[in-house]
Design a protein around this ligand. Structure first.
Ligand code: PMP
Length: 300
């Protein structure tokens, strides 16, 4: 992750990214404050609905008008937001922020990086809170990573159950209660693997190479089309369709038989989704493209 500066805490928590959807507003919002949210998919929508329990939420941008197939460029902030929240990679819709949005004025930047954390270098200093469920690029489910600036930890609400205050976990190095030990152990191994593979620069290069191969083929294909706008495409989750639900189902069935599993898209997008997290090998993308070409030659 590049370097995490000393004035940040790294917390190993439980409850998944979904628990952070409410923990963050619970710790930092009140009925007389407002937070801005960029709504780019169902995960950010869920974050908004949880945050509404604790303060005023302003949707500063949304791409819901086109079923979240793009990253919005026009952002209308509220007057004095406490923080700006965004989802760096939209797992279901196959879109990803290419650049980090700016938090306006004195507000701080919060990022749900569940599905692209450690896929590329991150300038941690631009963020005040980065959180992620471990299960994509970090390790097994059951562990949630939170990187949070210490001044926020100190200033957060004290009127909360002990386990729900960031200061509890920051002051005890995530060992206030029994931490998710197995997940933390595996995370350690994954981080060593990343370091031995060349670090985040190498991850980023590898991920771009894998995704661009597939997008290049999709651009040329007479049968398969990508669903995300060209300037918004994710390097982690590539979503595509044939335009015919029956053909999609047939392709998924054939691909599954050939050992290419898990290609069915989320029901809100349909079609196919190729998830290519850090651990997914380049040869897997080659195999997928070969299967798609074969299917195209039979059905285009
Ligand atoms: N945010 C994003 C971007 C996700 O992809 C997911 C699902 N993996 C979540 C949040 C919810 O994560 P969890 O299951 O850890 O609560």
């Amino acid at each position: 992750m590049g370097n995490i500066p000393n004035d940040y805490s790294v917390l190993f928590l439980q409850g998944g990214a979904s628990t952070q959807f409410f923990s963050i507003p619970m710790n930092f919002l009140s009925s007389d404050s407002t937070a801005d949210y960029l709504v780019t998919g169902s995960w950010s929508k869920k974050a908004v609905s949880e945050a509404k329990r604790f303060g005023n939420i302003h949707v500063a941008a949304t791409s819901e008008d086109r079923n979240f197939c793009y990253i919005p460029r026009e952002i209308q902030h509220s007057d004095k937001p406490t923080y700006l929240h965004f989802t760096s990679n939209n797992t279901i819709y196959g879109t990803q922020f290419a650049e980090t949005p700016d938090a306006p004025g004195d507000s701080f930047l919060v990022c749900d990086a569940s599905s692209d954390i450690f896929s590329r270098p991150v300038d941690v200093e631009k963020y005040s809170i980065i959180y992620a469920g471990a299960q994509k690029n970090l390790g097994p489910s059951g562990l949630t990573l939170v990187i949070i600036r210490n001044d926020l930890v100190e200033n957060a609400s004290e009127n909360l159950p002990t386990m729900l205050q960031y200061r509890t976990h920051a002051s005890k190095q995530s060992m206030y209660n029994t931490p998710p030990t197995f997940g933390i152990y595996i995370l350690g191994l994954v981080l060593k693997w990343i370091r031995n593979s060349g670090g985040l620069d190498a991850m980023s290069e590898r991920n771009a190479e894998k995704a661009m191969k597939l997008y290049r083929y999709l651009e040329e294909s007479a049968l398969f089309q990508p669903t995300a706008d060209a300037d918004s495409r994710s390097l982690m989750n590539v979503t595509f369709v044939t335009g015919d639900g029956e053909l999609d189902a047939k392709f998924i069935a054939q691909a599954t038989e050939a050992g290419l599993d898990g290609l069915k898209g989320h029901r809100s997008v349909g079609g196919m989704r190729a998830s290519m997290y850090n651990a997914f090998p380049s040869e897997g993308v080659d195999a997928l493209i070969a299967a798609m070409k074969q299917f195209e030659s039979e059905h285009a």
